[in-house]
Design a protein around this ligand. Structure first.
Ligand SMILES: [Zn+2]
Length: 254
């Protein structure tokens, strides 16, 4: 017979397990229905028979884009939750999926470098989501990860318009001392590829420091937005509330 005290502990465990399972969605549940899709080899945008991605006129400094899919449901919600609500499990899951894509599709002597977050933003957000994604991707792809870049700029990319992003200054991305990247094939990791300006600045910086080649690996690729992605920030607010257990019932299933 189970002693009375243990019985209560078991009940408490069950209670916590049930509620934790509901309040913090498991990545597999949150990503239900998502299918991975490759985009254009060079720009990463969706390619179909009618709509060409239109990157023929565009020069991209990297040699390939590896991605999980388009920036749309349910992938987008998972990225936003990971980023703004610090959903570690979700970032880990997505990072591992990306690692599987990277493994076997990069040359030897490759290293993984996450696109850095400005220190102040890292401080306020409490999580460097790109570094988390890169860490798990690197483990699955069996490649070393190096935080070789350093960066500062003011407003987060998501709040800027497309034109403001394009104007991003070249000198906002710097190489850390003792980065040891000369001659390496770099896989540059970020969460979402939008205009590609951040990646362009990072790629050019790396190439100027003697990197052999740069590939881009991102969770999702968007179509170019006209305005800042306000709706995503709004969704993140709701989800932060949801993770605090306040508004869960009013949330759509994701
Ligand atoms: Zn293209």
């Amino acid at each position: 017979m189970i002693p009375a005290q243990n019985k209560w502990m078991l009940l408490l465990d069950k209670f916590v397990d049930d509620w934790a399972g509901i309040l913090i969605p498991r990545p597999t549940i949150a990503l239900a229905g998502f299918e991975q899709s490759d985009g254009c080899y060079w720009c990463g945008k969706e390619v179909d028979e009618k709509n060409c991605c239109g990157c023929k006129e565009r020069h991209v400094p990297w040699s390939r884009v590896i991605r999980l899919g388009n920036y749309e449901q349910p992938l987008s919600t998972c990225i936003v939750t990971g980023k703004y609500a610090g959903w570690d499990d979700g970032l880990e899951f997505l990072g591992k999926l990306l690692g599987e894509q990277i493994r076997g599709s990069v040359p030897p002597n490759s290293i993984i470098i996450p696109v850095p977050m400005p220190p102040l933003r890292r401080f306020f957000r409490g999580i460097d989501h790109t570094a988390v994604i890169a860490k798990h991707a690197a483990r699955v792809a069996r490649l070393p990860m190096r935080q070789a870049l350093w960066r500062w700029d003011s407003a987060p990319q998501a709040s800027k318009t497309a034109s403001a992003r394009i104007k991003m200054k070249r000198n906002t991305m710097l190489l850390r001392p003792l980065a040891r990247i000369r001659g390496k094939n770099v896989v540059l990791i970020d969460d979402v590829l939008t205009t590609g300006r951040t990646m362009e600045v990072a790629t050019n910086r790396l190439k100027s420091k003697g990197v052999s080649s740069v590939r881009i690996a991102v969770l999702a690729v968007t179509k170019m937005p006209k305005k800042g992605k306000k709706s995503d920030l709004w969704a993140a607010d709701r989800l932060t509330g949801a993770l605090g257990g306040i508004q869960y019932s009013s949330l759509p299933v994701f």
